[in-house]
Design a protein around this ligand. Structure first.
Ligand code: UD1
Length: 313
């Protein structure tokens, strides 16, 4: 195969947005590697005829190495996300997020791939004294998930230094948007809120709801990936992939109620273990080095996402 693109986790919520972005840009061959654990083939419905879908597991080096060999760029999105899931069930998330990432990097190096763009996580910061969070801050992971994603970053940097593999890590800040699966107890909070508001049910808020997040629209993150695949002189670097703003859960739920013209009070429960209090990205480095330009305000992203979930109901 000549200079194809690989998206691991390409049937997932973020991976499938990258696949669609690549095809929009006219990328030749796009190979999707996904074990369909959390990914869904329906996320790739409109592009099914234009991609090479490979059901394979990143825990299995032999399975993925031939698919990655000779790739121009590997977008590594395959992961078991969720902070609480990594606490409740740490073995699979460790195996996928650390061993799987190592396999992808090793396959990229052995197979002479051009670059690996890695889905890192803002959770690596933990609680910082200062906001917004800048890449130069010392990471303080608070959960197995945060640590696993940080190990992946370190592996990217080491593969760049030691083997000369081009890598770049993008620390995503709470990505949301169409196709995010709301059905698991580990689902992202906005997908859960969307489902609740459309069903006119109270959501559960863990803690006082004053924790804040830099919610980032999935299209902006996909665009960041495409830019990170092209930029020069960035190997081994880490970039924040956020929107730059900060919204509390109480504000997000209030906005949704306003959009729908309903009043439904949330139910408050004890805070979740491993939860970060506040999260907000300094996007200066990504804007400067990669030409990142997030386009979707929180209101606009939320509106589009809500319409998508309404269409699914
Ligand atoms: C974390 C990371 C994020 C990563 C994601 C992967 C941080 C700051 N962010 O997201 O970069 O991509 O893991 O899963 O660490 N909550 C409720 N009710 C619910 C569900 C969640 O109140 O029904 C609360 C959580 O306790 C948390 C917030 O909403 O305070 C966000 O939770 P979630 O959407 O799971 O994402 P993070 O854990 O912030």
């Amino acid at each position: 195969m000549l200079s194809h693109y690989v998206v691991t986790g390409g049937a997932g919520f973020i991976g499938s947005a990258i696949v669609r972005g690549l095809l929009r840009e006219g990328a030749g061959t796009v190979v999707v590697i996904d074990n369909l654990l959390t990914g869904r083939e329906s996320n790739l419905e409109e592009v099914r005829g234009s991609i090479d879908f490979q059901r394979a597991d990143i825990r299995n080096y032999e399975e993925i190495a031939p698919l990655i060999r000779g790739a121009a760029v590997v977008f590594h999105e395959a992961a078991i996300p969720s902070v609480p899931r990594s606490i409740d069930d740490p073995v699979p998330s460790h195996e996928v997020n650390i061993d799987g990432t190592f396999n992808v990097l090793r396959a990229a190096h052995q197979g002479k791939a051009g670059r690996v763009v890695y889905a890192a996580s803002s959770s690596a910061y933990g609680d910082t004294e200062v906001l917004p969070k800048v890449e130069s801050m010392t990471p303080r992971p608070k959960s197995p998930y945060a640590l696993q994603k940080l190990v992946g970053e370190y592996y990217c940097a080491v593969f760049s230094d030691v083997y000369g593999l081009e890598t770049v890590a993008l620390r995503y800040f709470n990505v949301y948007g169409p196709r995010q699966d709301p059905s698991s107890p580990y689902s992202g909070v906005l997908s859960v809120f969307m489902k609740a508001i459309l069903e006119r049910r109270s959501p559960t808020i863990f803690g006082d709801g004053e924790q804040s997040r830099d919610f980032t629209y999935v299209e902006d993150v996909a665009d960041l990936n495409l830019k990170a695949a092209r930029a020069g002189n960035i190997s081994g670097q880490i970039y924040n992939g956020g929107n730059g703003g900060r919204v509390t859960l109480n504000q997000a739920w209030a906005l949704l109620q306003k959009m729908e013209g309903v009043e439904i009070p949330a139910i408050y429960r004890t805070p979740r273990a491993g939860d970060v209090r506040d999260s907000q990205a300094d996007t200066t480095a990504a804007v400067g080095d990669l030409g990142y330009a997030p386009r979707f305000s929180f209101e606009e992203g939320l509106r589009r996402t809500l319409e998508w979930y309404r269409g699914q109901a």
